[in-house]
Design a binder for this molecule. Structure first.
Ligand SMILES: [Ca+2]
Length: 348
C-alpha cells in the first residue's frame, strides 16, 4: 500500500480476490489483540456464476452503481483464481486451504477419498470460527453449499451455525428456485419462504441488513453474504427485467467488442491484448437462431445482477445509517464465471 493510499480508502475495497487477503491484512494475532486499533467489520459478498466483466466497474453494461461506487473508492483486482465451481471455491474461501485439504475437491458427492467427501472435514477451521474466537460476531446470509447433508433432520454438524456463524439465513443446498429455494434455513431450522412476494436475492439482502441493524455489540462483526444470483434458474423480477428490454438486440459479438473496448479504456486489460476468439460452439450472432430467446435470457440475467447490486446498496445504506461504514472492509468476488449450462432449454 503506498503512502497516498489512505486507510479509509482501503476499507472500501471492492474487488475480485481471496479471503486469504482479508486474513493477511487483519488476521494476525497482533491485529486482533484487544486494546489495539479499532478492528474493522468485515463483509464478504459473493456472486454466484457471474462473469467479472458483467459489472460496471469491470466494463459491463449492467447497471451496478453500488459496486461501481465501492470500486471507485477502493481497489479492483485484475488477477484472481477460483476453482471454477461453487463448492470447492466456497470450501477454499471459508477455510483458507486448498479445497482438497478441506474435503471438498469437487461437488457434494462422496467419491470415496478424503479429498472428495463433499463435506467440510474436521481438520480445517472456517474464517467464521477463527474470527469468532477473536471476538467477532459472525453472520451469514445466503448460500452455504459445502456439505452434502442438506435434509432438514439430517446431520447438521457442517451447517453454518456449527461452523462458526452466530446467525444464519439462507440455503444449505446449492441451487434452486428464487421464489421457493430448496433447503431455505434460519439458523438450524428449515423454513418456508413465508410470503408470495419472496424473492431470494432480496431476502438475502434484507437479512444481511437486518444483521447489521441488530448488531449492537462494541465488538466488530464478520458477515458473509453469498448471493445465488445470477446462478440458474434464470429468475428475476419484472421491474428489473424491464430495464434491459432491447439492450441485447445487437447480439453477443457486438456486446463482446463493446465490453472489450471499455475494459481497455478502464485499464482492466491492456490495449495490446486482442479480444479472444468467439467460443467455437457458438455461431456468429447473424447466424444465431432464436435471437429473441437469447436476448430475453440476457435481459433476465442482467436483471438478476442488477438486483444483487441493489442489495449491495441496501447493505451500504445500513452501514451508513448505523455509523459503521467507515470502519468496514467490504470485499466482493464471484465464485466462478457464468455457466455454459443450458438446463432450462427443452430439447426435441
Ligand atoms: Ca457458482
Amino acid at each position: 500500500m503506498n503512502e497516498q493510499y489512505k486507510r479509509r480508502d482501503f476499507l472500501k475495497i471492492v474487488g475480485l480476490g481471496a479471503a486469504s487477503l482479508v486474513m493477511d491484512s487483519y488476521g494476525g494475532a497482533s491485529g486482533l489483540a484487544a486494546g489495539g486499533p479499532k478492528r474493522p467489520n468485515i463483509i464478504l459478498i459473493m456472486a454466484d456464476d457471474m462473469g467479472y466483466s458483467d459489472i460496471g466497474c469491470y466494463g459491463g453494461e449492467i447497471h451496478t452503481p453500488n459496486l461501481d461506487g465501492l470500486a471507485a473508492g477502493g481497489v479492483r483486482f485484475t488477477q484472481f483464481y477460483n476453482t471454477a465451481r461453487c463448492c470447492p471455491t466456497r470450501a477454499a474461501l471459508m477455510t483458507g486451504l486448498y479445497q482438497h485439504q478441506a474435503g471438498v475437491g469437487h461437488m457434494m458427492s462422496d467419491r470415496g477419498y478424503d479429498a472428495y467427501r463433499g463435506d467440510l472435514n474436521n481438520r480445517c477451521v472456517t474464517i467464521a470460527e477463527v474470527l469468532k474466537q477473536a471476538g467477532y460476531s459472525t453472520y451469514m446470509s445466503g448460500k452455504w453449499h459445502v456439505t452434502k447433508h442438506t435434509r432438514p433432520y439430517g446431520p447438521k454438524h457442517n451447517w453454518p451455525c456449527q461452523r462458526g456463524f452466530d446467525r444464519f439465513f439462507g440455503t444449505i443446498h446449492g441451487a434452486g428456485s428464487f421464489y421457493d429455494p430448496c433447503s431455505l434455513t434460519r439458523d438450524n431450522t428449515q423454513i418456508p419462504p413465508g410470503n408470495d412476494d419472496f424473492y431470494y436475492t432480496n431476502a438475502i439482502s434484507d437479512n444481511a441488513t437486518g444483521f447489521i441493524r441488530e448488531h449492537d455489540s462494541d465488538n466488530p462483526f464478520f458477515m458473509y453474504v453469498a448471493f445465488t444470483a445470477p446462478h440458474w434458474p434464470m429468475h428475476a423480477l419484472p421491474q428489473d427485467i424491464a430495464k434491459y428490454k432491447g439492450r441485447y438486440a445487437q447480439g453477443w459479438d457486438a456486446l463482446r467488442a463493446e465490453r472489450h473496448k471499455r475494459m481497455i479504456e478502464m485499464g482492466i486489460v491492456k490495449s495490446k491484448w486482442e479480444i479472444t476468439p468467439r467460443d467455437s460452439a457458438v455461431p456468429p450472432w447473424e447466424q444465431a437462431e432464436d435471437k429473441l430467446w437469447f436476448q430475453r435470457r440476457m435481459e433476465v440475467y442482467a436483471a438478476m445482477v442488477d438486483c444483487l447490486d441493489q442489495g449491495v446498496g441496501r447493505i451500504i445504506s445500513a452501514l451508513r445509517r448505523t455509523g459503521k461504514f467507515e470502519n468496514t472492509l467490504i470485499f466482493f468476488l464471484a465464485d466462478n464465471c457464468c455457466t455454459s449450462r443450458n438446463r432450462q432449454r427443452c430439447r426435441p
